[in-house]
Design a protein around this ligand. Structure first.
Ligand SMILES: NC(=O)c1ccc[n+]([C@@H]2O[C@H](COP(=O)([O-])OP(=O)(O)OC[C@H]3O[C@@H](n4cnc5c(N)ncnc54)[C@H](OP(=O)(O)O)[C@@H]3O)[C@@H](O)[C@H]2O)c1
Length: 274
């Protein structure tokens, strides 16, 4: 029997914001079978009210965001306009909403995985705007916190490592931050599962199984891609990024969220489609 992508209740009108971004693209693919209205940054700057839509959406997948974590430290107002104001504008569409948030709402000092009921305490401007964005999503929203996203397109750690790993013999990579590198294809599928099974609105943690440091992830990337580049393990202080980041921001669910494959399987799946 052929796989049927159609939702049991028939195709839904689904708006995707930030549809040109890495997660936006993956969601457009994962919701095949629905009537997807993919709005890129050029189609709708979410810091402004929504443009006229032909029909009211039945579901909104909101991925548009200011994702430049270091840049947000220099321009907190612009980051807030997108991540908080933008989410308010998206919630004003009045449809059930999936709003994506981040492990950077936590300070990383717990030292063990964060679950949905843990108290957020963001360290950075970006993390603060994402946390306030969660509140702006309203009551009819699934807040999906995820982490360390990578995909075949766009700006991400995997693509940076593939580029630098091909150019250099050795690379210094941070080894004192630990998280869950998550493949956008796996996250998009789990998002669809979460919505389709009728999960309650509220906060959900969806991130890849397993955890590692950026240095571990870089080594795995070089191994899987067959690149001869050594990883020199460095500290966050040595790397010297502008925004502070949580040391341990592993996300796990205490609510029975759909489980994602291990990050290494995500890496292999991603490389296979690149
Ligand atoms: N990347 C990560 O590691 C990570 C981790 C945890 C959570 N998240 C969250 O996951 C979601 C998706 O992230 P991503 O990795 O897919 O990011 P991404 O690849 O940077 O995509 C974000 C998209 O939003 C667009 N955008 C930026 N400002 C906008 C605005 N004012 N109006 C409309 N669109 C705008 C960007 O367009 P332009 O490029 O044209 O500006 C881009 O296409 C975000 O909510 C992010 O905070 C990401």
């Amino acid at each position: 029997m052929e796989h049927d992508d159609t939702h049991p209740l028939g195709p839904r009108r689904v708006v995707v914001t930030g549809a040109g971004g890495q997660l936006g693209r993956a969601l457009v693919e994962a919701f095949t079978g629905d009537e997807v209205i993919a709005l890129t940054h050029a189609d709708w700057d979410v810091a402004r009210p929504a443009p006229p839509l032909a029909a009211r959406p039945e579901l909104v997948l909101h991925t548009a965001a200011w994702t430049d974590v270091d840049g947000a430290e220099d321009d907190p107002q612009s980051a807030a306009a997108v991540n908080i104001g933008g989410t308010t504008n998206v919630a004003a569409l009045g449809a059930p909403l999936v709003a994506f948030s981040s492990d950077y709402v936590f300070d990383g000092t717990k030292g063990s995985p964060y679950v949905e009921s843990d108290a957020p305490a963001p360290l950075s401007v970006y993390g603060t705007t994402k946390l306030r964005g969660e509140a702006a999503a309203g009551d009819e929203a699934w807040i999906i916190r995820t982490s360390w996203l990578f995909g075949p397109a766009g700006h991400n750690f995997l693509r940076t490592m593939l580029r630098l790993g091909a150019e250099r013999d050795e690379l210094g990579v941070v080894d004192d931050q630990r998280g869950c590198p998550t493949f956008v294809g796996h996250l998009a599928a789990a998002t669809r599962q979460l919505v389709d099974r009728g999960s309650a609105f509220g906060v959900w943690h969806l991130a890849a199984a397993g955890d590692c440091t950026w240095a571990d992830f870089a080594e795995a990337i070089f191994e899987e891609a067959g690149l001869e580049c050594r990883v020199r393990r460095i500290t966050t202080a040595e790397f010297g990024a502008k925004a502070p980041r949580p040391a341990v921001s592993i996300l796990r669910s205490e609510k029975g969220a759909p489980e994602l494959p291990h990050w290494r399987d995500g890496l292999r799946a991603c490389l296979a489609v690149m």
